[in-house]
Ligand binder design. Structure first.
Ligand SMILES: Cc1cc2nc3c(=O)[nH]c(=O)nc-3n(C[C@H](O)[C@H](O)[C@H](O)COP(=O)(O)OP(=O)(O)OC[C@H]3O[C@@H](n4cnc5c(N)ncnc54)[C@H](O)[C@@H]3O)c2cc1C
Length: 455
């Protein structure tokens, strides 16, 4: 990345028509862009519709506790997210995360834990010593990973994850307790619809990467404190501005760049604009602009998958066998013990990713079902003192095969995109959001550097 020693005035000097940068949306993508620019000495104005920063990864107050709009999990392979978290937290980010070696525990079914060995031995040993899998399952899993590695995790043609598992003759039990939960957790898309290539990319960078890449990183603080709130301080401290409660209603293009229209008034001109809103908000926002029909159509045709998180507050002595455990044969897919993660003791979070039968239930029915499922693995459980179901209907785009995701650069000069849906190797995750923000910021920085060099 070209270094920029100056500040935003350098952009004026470099010949950009107006030396100002705006970012619309303060989710992880928008704040990552703002931080990357601020670190390069380029302050930006960030506009956020909500009072709270973080977008689909934000803190919410529930039952007297601060929780998240949805329980999140990071992995060691989230290189850019961890880099930026370390940049904005003066004391480093590791203390904000509980780092566990790859551990998958589904009580009564599967127990797998990576020992402290160098890659790929950690994975081979984790599989070979896993409890709950037959030897044939273990060897099939190792064969699958070796075959993917041999072809550098690049498939000749994309297909569904189910078809990939069929082609590699993965046994039913292995699919049910390992590959399918991993696929739904990572891609938020069921195996019969999920992209095998994106799943292979995730396996390449996690199970197939260095040992630390497959570590599970569980936030010990809420998702606002984890990155966007510290990013805000970082950006403000370097001359940027973050305007909350400021929804941009219209983008106007003119000779000098872009003017942003909000209820509170007009902002601009901006020479460079990074639009970091969720994909469902993009088409209307860019509708009046010329030459974006193809982009609007592409983004508008993305399908969605939901994620449900149900918080249940049990007595303080309630504890799961591990901070995160898998669950099968029911609606619940994963359970998190927030008490073991810095939250109130006894507070559990049950997560159900992607579409399914659970969406037909009322919140009361769903909570009752989840409570019954937890009671089956935590004996003597009393009813929760409170519970809250949070359904994010558009949690992520459905990560299907051969999806044509838009690029950072758009047909409009100076208008860039950031967000988890922007073309990348990854499914919709914090990491893809952050990488897209960093990518958009680096495009701005490179333009500035090129203009300066040409003078
Ligand atoms: C319940 C749930 C669980 C998840 N679990 C995980 C997980 O375990 N691990 C993981 O890596 N990922 C997970 N994800 C995915 C991850 O949260 C998202 O991929 C990521 O947060 C997307 O960030 P983003 O910045 O691209 O978009 P968003 O977070 O949607 O940010 C867009 C921002 O733009 C703002 N905005 C929209 N329109 C305007 C406007 N007109 N003017 C101003 N502002 C506007 C919005 O308010 C929002 O703040 C989960 C998502 C959900 C919902």
């Amino acid at each position: 990345m070209p270094a920029l020693s100056g500040n935003v005035r350098d952009l004026s000097a470099a010949g950009l028509p107006q030396a100002r940068i705006a970012i619309i949306g303060a989710g992880y993508a928008g704040m990552a862009a703002a931080v990357e620019l601020a670190a390069a000495g380029i302050p930006a104005d960030v506009f956020e519709a909500s009072r709270v920063l973080g977008g689909r990864a934000r803190a919410v107050a529930v039952g007297g506790a601060t929780v998240d709009n949805g329980q999140h999990l990071l992995i060691g392979a989230y290189r850019e997210t961890l880099r930026l978290m370390n940049l904005v937290h003066p004391d480093g980010a590791e203390r904000l995360l509980l780092r566990l070696p790859l551990t998958l525990i589904t009580p009564g079914q599967l127990s797998l834990k990576a020992p402290p060995l160098p890659a790929p031995l950690h994975l081979a040993a984790a599989l070979l010593f896993a409890r709950g899998l037959r030897l044939a399952d273990k060897l099939a899993a190792i064969r699958f990973m070796r075959n993917l590695k041999k072809r550098r995790y690049s498939l000749a043609a994309d297909c569904s994850v189910a078809a990939l598992l069929d082609a590699h003759r993965q046994p039913q039990r292995l699919r049910e307790f390992l590959w399918e939960p991993l696929c739904i957790a990572a891609l938020n898309t069921p195996v019969d619809a999920a992209s095998a290539q994106v799943f292979a990319n995730v396996l390449r960078d996690s199970l197939g990467g260095a040992r630390a890449a497959s570590d599970l990183l569980l936030p010990r603080v809420d998702l606002g404190a984890l990155f966007p709130d510290a990013a805000l301080r970082f950006v403000l401290g370097r001359g940027g501005r973050v305007l909350r409660n400021t929804a941009i209603r219209r983008i106007e293009q003119n000779a000098d760049g872009y003017t942003l229209h909000a209820t509170a008034g007009r902002f601009g001109q901006y020479a460079q604009l990074i639009v970091a809103v969720a994909p469902q908000h993009l088409p209307a926002l860019i509708a009046p602009l010329p030459g974006v029909d193809d982009l609007r159509q592409r983004v508008g045709s993305l399908a969605w998958e939901p994620i449900v998180t149900c918080y249940l507050a049990y007595p303080a002595n309630t504890r799961l066998a591990a901070p995160m455990i898998g669950h099968s044969a029911g609606l619940t897919q994963w359970l998190f013990d927030r008490g073991q993660l810095g939250g109130p003791a006894g507070l559990l979070a049950a997560v159900i990713s992607a579409h399914g039968r659970h969406l037909e239930l009322s919140n009361e029915q769903l909570t009752a079902r989840i409570h019954a499922e937890i009671s089956a693995i935590v004996p003597g459980l009393t009813s929760p003192s409170w519970s809250k179901v949070i359904t994010e209907k558009r949690a992520t785009f459905a990560c299907t095969p051969n999806l044509a995701r838009p690029q950072t650069v758009t047909p409009l000069p100076g208008l860039l995109l950031a967000g988890d849906y922007v073309a990348s190797d990854y499914p919709a995750t914090l990491e893809s959001a952050v990488r897209s923000g960093v990518g958009a910021a680096n495009t701005v920085i490179a333009i500035a550097a090129a203009l300066r060099a040409s003078q």
